[in-house]
Design a protein around this ligand. Structure first.
Ligand code: PEP
Length: 253
């Protein structure tokens, strides 16, 4: 059975102290996390070790980095390598968030390199894809997102793709308060699963978690997560408020 995942993306928000308090407030809620569920906090680099030790003994909780270098190591001042992240116990990295694609010009090719380095280091990439509003208005979203998968993931063998988590995040819904309808979310997730099935077969496609991201809130999470092909969410704004994220975790199937 594929994992149902609630992933918080703090982006460049919160101080160390506020981040630590937020984690503790959420853990104090003592939410029962079942074996097929996973809660992940993608926190800023300087908070990774604190966050990792805060959730260390909590079943079903783990920490992600929000990005990594596409280079393995060397003279790249300011970059953080996958190997460094692995050496502090990180198991998940968000790859290709639309903000990185837009503001830092990350291409499908660069993201393929990052995915490869993650998998070489036993780290699960949370691979983000999704179309801009202009693409959806022309009904081009399926082809657009398929191309993102083809160019960044489809060089992987079956035994590698199985270790990738996909997050479908329509750009027009991120941080805008506009959520995809449950029908729009389910249609795209089902489409992505069919694209995965065409390439890797149904058995593999059925094991890959596909998260929805884009203005997931406490009051819409249950409806979105109830879609058969939506396996949880990647959550920005609402993950910064303990009570909201607690509700979102509780909404997991
Ligand atoms: C995100 O950062 O990936 C995201 C989906 O943000 P928000 O939930 O704020 O739309």
């Amino acid at each position: 059975m594929r994992k149902q995942i609630a992933a918080a993306n703090w982006k460049m928000n919160l101080t160390y102290q506020l981040g630590e308090k937020l984690l503790n407030d959420i853990l104090e809620a003592e939410i029962a996390i079942s074996d097929n569920q996973q809660v992940i906090f993608a926190v800023p680099f300087p908070y990774l070790i604190m966050a990792k030790s805060t959730v260390a003994h909590e079943k079903g909780y783990d920490i992600a980095a929000q990005n990594c270098s596409d280079k393995k190591n060397g003279a790249y001042t300011g970059e953080v390598s996958v190997e460094m992240l692995q050496s502090v116990g990180i198991k998940y990295i968000i790859i290709g968030h639309s903000e990185r694609r837009e503001y830092f010009f990350e291409t499908n090719k660069t993201l393929a390199d990052k995915v490869n380095i993650c998998l070489e280091n036993d780290i699960t990439p949370i691979f983000c894809c999704g179309e801009a509003l202009s693409v959806r208005e022309k009904n081009g979203q399926n082809d657009y997102v398929q191309k993102q998968l083809e160019e960044s993931l489809f060089h992987l063998d079956q035994d590698k793709i199985i270790n990738v988590v996909i997050a479908y995040e329509p750009i027009w819904a991120i941080g805008t308060g506009k959520t995809a309808s449950t029908q729009q979310a389910q249609e795209m997730h089902q489409y992505l699963r069919s694209v995965l099935a065409n390439k890797y077969g149904h058995e593999i496609a059925d094991q890959i978690s596909i998260l929805y991201g884009g203005s997931v809130k406490a009051n819409n999470a249950s409806e979105l997560f109830s879609c058969p092909d939506v396996d949880g969410g990647l959550v920005g704004g609402a993950s910064l408020v303990a009570q909201d994220f607690i509700q979102i975790i509780k909404a997991l199937k």
